[in-house]
Ligand binder design. Sequence first.
Ligand code: MG
Length: 391
Amino acid sequence: MNTIKSVKTRVWNWTGPTVPPQAKFCTNASDILREEGDAMQSFRFHGWLTCEIEARDGTIGIGNAALAPDLVKLAIDQYYAPLVIGADPFDYAYLWEKMYRTTHAWGRKGIGMTAISAVDIAIWDLMGKLVNKPVFKLLGGRTKEKIPVYYSKLYADNIDAMQAEAETALKQGYRAYKSRFGFGPKDGMPGVRENLVRVEALREVIGYDNDLMLECYMGWNLDYTKRMLPKLAPYEPRWLEEPVIADDIHGYAELNSMGIVPISGGEHEFTLFGFRQLLDLNAVSVIQYDTNRVGGITAAQKINALAEAYQVPVIPHAGQAHNYHLTMANANCPMSEYFPVNDVEVGNELFYYIFDGDPEAEDGFLQLDENKPGLGIEISSDHQKHFNIKE
Ligand code: MG
């Protein structure tokens, strides 16, 4: 049997040139704290983890994770790798359960589940390569000719720069856009106006025939969001994303049930059980798990089935191959988030520097290659000089 021979983890810390972050490009969960200094540090991440799982015949599956990569590496090396070595990768559902239940006391959310995600994604890539099929063909196959994507950047700091960026994206053919709010509760009424001016400025550029989504990254609170929703409604946002912290599930439910603007979230939620709670409470109108945190492709596919039964669409957080394959294979995933290829700024861009083969958008869509087995990405050698790589 072609069993799993080894698991190799590497942390990729970017040491190359970066774009200096804008002062108020996005609110975040730590805005409420009184600490001075770099308020954006919880948003930026310049490190990534790769997880390479090699089968006895030398085939290598590649997984990845983007949160706290040093800790995730430790968790995989010490706890998860020994659980899968020697196993048949096609027993993926059992291996997932084994990783989940063996470390349940500490691993069911956060670092543990991120580590399980990286291993699981590597196992799916490996399975695809072993049967010479793209992962989406193992998940249900093609449900759309190509994947519509939404342009996700438009940081809040400078209105002129934001409008110019939106104009460029419009010319490139995108039909949906997501921007970030730079102001939250601590900025008072002047901040409310600053937020609204930016939404208006974006609608000015993209009009009302394109979708506009608005992102808070957990930087607001329940009271502030309740006051903002009626003010945002005239701009017809398709959704308001993560207005409050991920643990405030009842806050999400209250906001979503107001029915003024659809509320989205889930990129900081974990496993089928976490999403069952969100769906039972009608807490979100759009589900946005991130495959490399939520429990990998195995967990994501179960959440897709559950969300379909509730008729809540799934639009995974972030671009990236693992999310695209799930979106392609599920009719209930109408589009993908897409981070445009850019110089390294907050860290979302790093995927393009670490991997070759992640599809790039064209005219507002992207395509998955039927002839590339697995996830269709490989570790790139082009930018390795700009990384400090820890093995
Ligand atoms: Mg988000």
